[in-house]
Ligand binder design. Structure first.
Ligand code: MG
Length: 403
């Protein structure tokens, strides 16, 4: 069996997923509901897959086929290399867990109610880590509500209370011993109770207020809404961002008596580019690409040619201002790419200096700024040395819910 290291200890983990409940409060069987096409069993198998080498899904006759479908899908994706077992549950919760404990061979079992199908890695990982360190890790939360004894009306000190959730992770053999010690007479509501009844110390890991249990029919709409929000995170682990791209192009005439400045680098040459600013055609094309990706107009609208304020201006300052404007509108610059169409002079030696200037101006790592050169085979105005043209692309990210 694969081994995993937590806090210096080695051991394997099995996810024990309980889906055998009778759903008395729900009316219909909640394990057969779907959220975005996925049953609670599939959602939980997906959630635990990064943390466990094997899984045991405990089912009833009603939920067996949903479990088989989900197990086949996850196995097909390469999850759970040590296998997914499906076993029938028993009369009570503890009978179901015992069935799973006896078929599992893992060092640790993370027992979880499939009704808590909103469970996230930030709840699963600490429970397992706590068990590796202490023998058990019970996901728990404190109450934020005032708690009162119904009969007397007395307020209970909520600092002394913990609400237990799942997952609850344990050393499997020690939990099995606790089950044997508990016998079959008494009924327990969770594994922590059986563990503690056998004289074992309880250790808690942080649960989450969002780790709800799908219980009543009203919960279904709430779950659907929450899962729709988190669906992209569950499947990709990426933040909810949308990619946008922009294009920019610029041409300036080569004339005598002007400096040739490209990407903020002054290049020794007998001609320079004509323009109101420093006529840095490369930087101008990149500015237009960034503005285009953000649909914020073009360089002429932001920095008019006719404005004397921009006479002779260093175009890198305009780039800095355009990048700031993009960020103020909520965009994150992702990468830049440009091609200079230029017959003469040779530019390759200046590539890295240009990239570094542009990266600084647009506040990007140099690795996300590309500058390329092409000679137009003496064709067209660029090929005849009359002008230099730059073409550029930019990509930016925006929050997916920003519209
Ligand atoms: Mg220009």
């Amino acid at each position: 069996m694969d081994e995993r290291v937590f806090n210096g200890e080695k051991g394997s983990v099995c996810a024990v997923l309980l889906a055998a409940g009778s759903s008395r409060r729900m009316g219909s069987n909640k394990q057969l509901m779907t959220f975005g096409g996925r049953t609670p069993i599939e959602l939980c198998l997906s959630a635990f897959a990064p943390f466990a080498e094997s899984a045991v899904v405990v089912v009833s006759e009603d939920t067996a086929s949903a479990a088989q479908k989900a197990a086949a899908k996850l196995a097909g994706e390469g999850a759970y290399p040590s296998g997914i077992r499906i076993v029938l549950g028993g009369e009570r919760r503890q009978d179901s867990v015992l069935n799973a404990l006896t078929v599992s061979e893992a060092d640790f079992v993370a027992v979880h109610d499939c009704a808590r199908c909103l469970v996230t890695p930030d709840v699963i990982e600490p429970s397992i880590a706590c068990a590796f360190e202490n023998g058990c890790g019970v996901a728990s939360v404190r109450s934020v509500d005032t708690l009162r004894l119904e009969a007397s009306g007395a307020v209970v000190d909520r600092e002394s209370l913990l609400a237990a959730q799942t997952p609850q992770t344990f050393l499997r053999e020690k939990l099995l011993e606790a089950y044997e010690a508990a016998g079959t007479e008494s009924t327990f509501t969770d594994d922590a109770a059986i563990w503690a009844a056998a004289g074992n110390a309880l250790f808690y890991s942080p649960g989450s207020r969002l780790n709800f249990k799908l219980t009543t029919p009203e919960d279904a709409a709430l779950f659907a809404a929450l899962l729709e929000k988190s669906e992209a995170k569950i499947t990709s682990n990426e933040p909810l961002m949308r990619l946008r791209v922009g294009f920019g192009e610029d041409t300036h005439r080569l004339v005598e008596g002007r400096k040739l400045i490209l990407g903020g680098v002054e290049i020794p040459f007998q001609y320079g580019l004509l323009g109101n600013s420093d006529a840095d055609v490369l930087t101008h094309a990149l500015i237009d690409a960034v503005l285009g990706a953000c649909a914020l107009g073009d360089i002429g609208q932001h920095f008019p040619d006719s404005d004397p304020a921009y006479k002779g201006v260093n175009s890198l300052l305009l780039a800095r201002s355009a990048a700031a404007s993009a960020r103020e509108h909520g965009f994150i610059l992702n990468n830049l790419d440009a091609t200079l169409v230029c017959q003469r002079p040779k530019l390759a030696a200046y590539r890295n200096a240009m990239r570094e200037n542009l990266a600084e101006a647009f506040s990007l790592p140099v690795g996300r700024v590309s500058v390329k050169f092409t000679t137009p085979e003496h064709t067209g105005p660029e090929g005849r040395g009359e002008s230099i043209t730059a073409r550029a692309a930019a990509s930016v990210l925006e929050a997916a819910d920003s519209e």
